[in-house]
Design a protein around this ligand. Structure first.
Ligand SMILES: [Zn+2]
Ligand SMILES: [Zn+2]
Length: 230
């Protein structure tokens, strides 16, 4: 109970509920982000969240970090010869993809596909409308994870297949493809058929350690399927 303040009392008798300490953000808001950064810095793929962190919040932080790292890859890929002339369509091997980062999906060259996908992903993942809290994710927010993962994975698989000289050192440094593969398996974001990058080209033992395959199998048996969106 606050003290009773009587007429004529000195200023010291008043409490100050809006002190800087009272309104400082709690460290708990950034717990997931900090735990993920620590795990990645330690070289772990970390597809599953720590006990105190919500699984959807963990996926959101993973995808945010992947977008930040993939921007580096796109810069290197341009330098490694991924140009509108060399890669006039977005493809991995013989499979072509339309760019979904437009009012209606259209053909973009591979480099533009990567840039447009990363820009759109960054805008969505940092949207306070789609993700107003760092402590929970709504079902509508979580519904974006699978199509987002699919598009981000294509940026990686194009680089792995067509620009190996840029992809190999990037993957060794960041383990992005290994992380996304493990995350996708653990949470049912991508099917095995969509995971096109050969296992030998992934940094680390993606999806095998840390319960990745087991969790993916559990998700599959629970009937969670892949969205058919582009
Ligand atoms: Zn290319
Ligand atoms: Zn585009």
């Amino acid at each position: 109970m606050p003290p009773v303040v009587l007429p004529g009392a000195s200023a010291a008798a008043f409490s100050s509920p809006q002190s800087p300490h009272a309104i400082a953000p709690s460290p708990v808001f950034f717990a997931a982000q900090e735990a993920l950064l620590a795990a990645v810095a330690a070289g772990r793929l970390a597809p599953l969240p720590p006990p105190a962190v919500d699984a959807a919040v963990w996926q959101l932080e993973h995808l945010r970090l992947l977008v930040a790292h993939l921007n580096v890859l796109v810069g290197r890929r341009a330098a490694a010869g991924c140009t509108p002339t060399s890669c006039a369509v977005m493809a991995t091997g013989d499979v072509q993809y339309l760019c979904a980062s437009h009012p209606s999906p259209r053909e973009c060259c591979a480099l533009d596909y990567a840039v447009h996908t990363l820009d759109a992903s960054s805008a969505l993942l940092n949207s306070s409308t789609a993700y107003p809290s760092r402590l929970s994710v709504s079902p509508a927010g979580a519904a974006h994870f699978s199509p987002l993962s699919r598009r981000l994975y294509r940026v990686l698989s194009h680089a792995a297949r067509h620009h190996a000289a840029a992809f190999a050192p990037f993957e060794a440094e960041t383990r992005c493809a290994g992380r996304l593969t493990a995350l996708a398996r653990a949470h049912g974001l991508l099917t095995e058929e969509q995971l096109l990058i050969p296992h030998a080209e992934l940094a680390g033992d993606a999806g095998v350690g840390e319960g990745g395959r087991q969790a993916a199998a559990a998700e599959a048996s629970a009937g969670r399927g892949e969205s058919s969106a582009s």
